[in-house]
Design a protein around this ligand. Structure first.
Ligand code: DAT
Ligand code: MG
Length: 141
C-alpha cells in the first residue's frame, strides 16, 4: 500500500480539556507523520460547509454549534493506508462503541462531543485538507 494522507481535527472538547498533547502522542506513536498542522477556529459558515453531507441529519445544528465553540487543531497525516488505519486508531463515532485504547475511547465524552475527526475516504481527505491548508503549509517529501 502506497503512503497516503488523511486529515484530522482535534475538536473543541479535546482542546478545552488540554488533550492536544496526549492525542498527538497517540497519533505519532501509531506511525503517522504530521505534514501540516494549525490551531484555528471554524466559522459557522465553515463548519456548515465542512459537515454539509450531514445537513439533513437531526444533529446538524448542534454539531455546527459544537464545532465552532472554540479552537480546533487541524492536521494532515501521512502513513501507509492512512485513511483506514486512522479510522481504526480513533475508534467508533460513539465512544461507548469504541474499542479499548482508541482515541475516542480514551478522550471522547459522547457521540456529540467525540474529541477527534478522521476523513472517511482518500477523496474526502483531499477535500478536507484543502479546506484548511494551502499548498505551502503542507510539508511532504
Ligand atoms: P465520524 O466523525 O465518525 O466520521 P459521522 O461522519 O457519521 O462520524 O458524523 C460526523 C460527526 O457528527 C460525528 O463525529 C459526531 C456527529 N454525530 C454523528 N452521529 C451523531 C449522532 N447520532 N448524534 C449526535 N452527533 C452525531
Ligand atoms: Mg465522518
Amino acid at each position: 500500500m502506497a503512503t497516503n494522507r488523511t486529515f484530522t481535527m482535534l475538536k473543541p472538547d479535546a482542546v478545552e480539556k488540554n488533550y492536544i498533547g496526549p492525542i498527538l502522542e497517540k497519533i505519532t506513536a501509531a506511525g503517522f507523520k504530521i505534514i501540516a498542522m494549525k490551531m484555528t477556529r471554524l466559522t459557522e459558515a465553515g463548519a456548515k460547509q465542512f459537515y454539509e453531507i450531514h445537513k439533513d441529519r437531526p444533529f446538524y445544528n448542534d454539531l455546527v454549534k459544537f464545532m465552532t465553540r472554540g479552537p480546533i487543531v487541524a492536521a494532515i497525516l501521512e502513513k501507509e493506508n492512512a485513511v483506514a488505519d486512522f479510522r481504526v486508531l480513533i475508534g467508533a463515532t460513539n465512544p461507548n462503541d469504541a474499542a479499548e485504547g482508541t482515541i475516542r475511547k480514551l478522550y471522547a465524552e459522547s457521540v456529540s462531543f467525540n474529541a477527534i475527526h478522521g476523513s472517511d475516504s482518500d477523496e474526502n481527505a483531499a477535500i478536507e485538507s484543502a479546506f484548511h491548508f494551502s499548498g505551502r503549509e503542507i510539508f511532504s517529501n
